[in-house]
Ligand binder design. Structure first.
Ligand SMILES: *[C@@H]1O[C@H](CO)[C@@H](O)[C@H](O)[C@H]1NC(C)=O
Ligand SMILES: *[C@@H]1O[C@H](CO)[C@@H](O)[C@H](O)[C@H]1NC(C)=O
Ligand SMILES: *[C@@H]1O[C@H](CO)[C@@H](O)[C@H](O)[C@H]1NC(C)=O
Ligand SMILES: *[C@@H]1O[C@H](CO)[C@@H](O)[C@H](O)[C@H]1NC(C)=O
Length: 383
């Protein structure tokens, strides 16, 4: 009799477990647990104070519900709807900070070139390679090069936590990450730029020059320092904004383009002159001016164009630097090694490099026996 009862209990229990399993199938598939994410947040929150500030980012800034009334709102792609709803949000809490990066605001003039690299949390390999190659903190020709990665948050739930932990670990080891609690997406890059400029005003106002760029570029930072030291009469206190100059273009109106900007976001058919966002150089004077102007211009999701808008409003012009190749390096001959170091020794910056290529190229351009000239082209042709 007792046995039968036990059997029944076991049977019912199994049924309940199965039912719970079926009802939570999706949770099982992704997280292999019955506890909800909220429970976990709560637990982590109790255990560890670093999670105390981790609320969903949306709670920092309310949607602009008037955006729903914009003509054709419901027909716009999701990321553009998102942009319109949160366009006015410019303030997000910092998750990681390096306030002493420039030795404090007073000493920040000792930083000659601050490398400010846009990097999403998951791009760990790229950051690791940059740390030991072109973005290595060091002195060159008697002046200091410093490095910062700027980041938001990626993913949601557990994955977001994991990636935040990754950045935290990296920052403990390297002291080189600024992270804010906003969604790190292509359309939030302008927000990232503005948050950085705000940080700079506070913690590093006198760093003389900045390289602002992506984490998939190859930058010859030796050449950069030499070029900037050659700016006679400009120690960072005058205007400089140079890179791959783009002019006479306007918003792309094809919805399938990554750069699609509908009239609901910008009516004007014209973009001001600007420098391609893969990488450009600017003085601290110009950084300050852009930040000031940004208070008076609505955010545009294309970050490099937005910089151009701020410059235009300030009456300043971006200039072209032929050594900045954000559209890649065009090597005409077919049989030539596209990655011959001689092509990269003279430039300042090239876009789209894989981490392993950056690692090799950084070594090769420093080879004292490297001889460049006409014969190199011929030699590589013979190969
Ligand atoms: C949206 O439009 C409707 C109808 O014109 C109007 O009643 C409502 O107040 C508008 N809402 C906002 C938030 O502007
Ligand atoms: C909210 O959105 C409407 C419609 O796009 C816009 O006119 C208004 O300026 C926005 N408000 C804020 C505070 O950004
Ligand atoms: C930008 O980040 C905010 C905060 O995380 C988010 O609410 C918004 O949807 C993001 N915008 C885009 C276009 O990704
Ligand atoms: C921008 O600069 C002007 C002139 O120096 C100043 O009056 C103004 O307060 C600044 N605006 C902001 C938001 O810092």
């Amino acid at each position: 009799m007792r046995r039968k009862k036990l059997h029944t209990v076991a049977f019912v229990l199994t049924g309940v477990v199965c039912l719970v399993f079926i009802l939570n199938k999706n949770d099982f598939e992704s997280d292999v647990t019955l506890i909800t994410e909220d429970d976990i947040y709560e637990k982590l929150h109790q255990q560890n104070s670093i999670f105390e500030t981790l609320q969903p980012s949306s709670s920092y800034c309310r949607q602009n519900v008037s955006a729903y009334n914009v003509t054709g709102f419901s027909t716009l792609p999701k990321h553009i709807q998102d942009f319109l709803l949160y366009r006015h949000c410019r303030s997000f809490p910092m998750l990681l900070d390096v306030p002493d990066k420039c030795g404090g605001p007073q000493n920040s003039a000792d930083v000659f070139l601050l490398l400010v690299i846009k990097s999403s949390p998951e791009n760990y390999e790229r950051r690791e390679v940059l740390r030991k190659t072109w973005a290595k903190e060091r002195q060159h020709r008697g002046v200091w090069i410093r490095r910062l990665f700027i980041s938001g948050t990626s993913a949601t739930g557990f994955e977001k936590h994991r990636l935040n932990k990754l950045l935290k670990m990296e920052n403990i080891e390297n002291n080189d990450i600024l992270q804010w609690d906003f969604h790190d997406s292509f359309f939030n890059l302008t927000l990232k730029q503005i948050l950085f400029l705000e940080w700079m005003e506070r913690w590093c106002p006198h760093a003389r020059f900045l390289l602002n760029g992506d984490d998939d570029i190859f930058a010859n930072t030796f050449n950069m320092v030499e070029y900037l030291q050659g700016q006679k009469g400009n120690d960072g206190s005058k205007h400089l904004f140079t890179g791959h100059l783009i002019q006479n273009v306007g918003p792309i109106r094809h919805p399938s383009s990554k750069y699609y900007i509908p009239v609901q976001v910008q009516e004007s058919k014209r973009y001001p002159p600007y420098c391609g966002g893969g990488g450009f150089l600017l003085s601290s004077f110009t950084a300050k001016t852009i930040y000031n102007m940004s208070h008076y211009i609505d955010l545009l999701p294309i970050d490099d164009v937005y910089m151009g808008m701020c410059l235009e409003k300030a009456g300043l012009q971006p200039t072209s630097h032929l050594g900045v190749r954000t559209a890649g390096l065009h090597i005409p001959a077919q049989n030539v090694d596209k990655f011959h170091p001689c092509f990269y020794r003279e430039i300042i910056l090239v876009h789209r490099f894989l981490p392993h290529m950056i690692y090799v190229m950084w070594d090769e351009i420093q080879n004292p026996h490297l001889k460049c000239g006409k014969q190199i082209l011929q030699k590589s042709r013979k190969k």
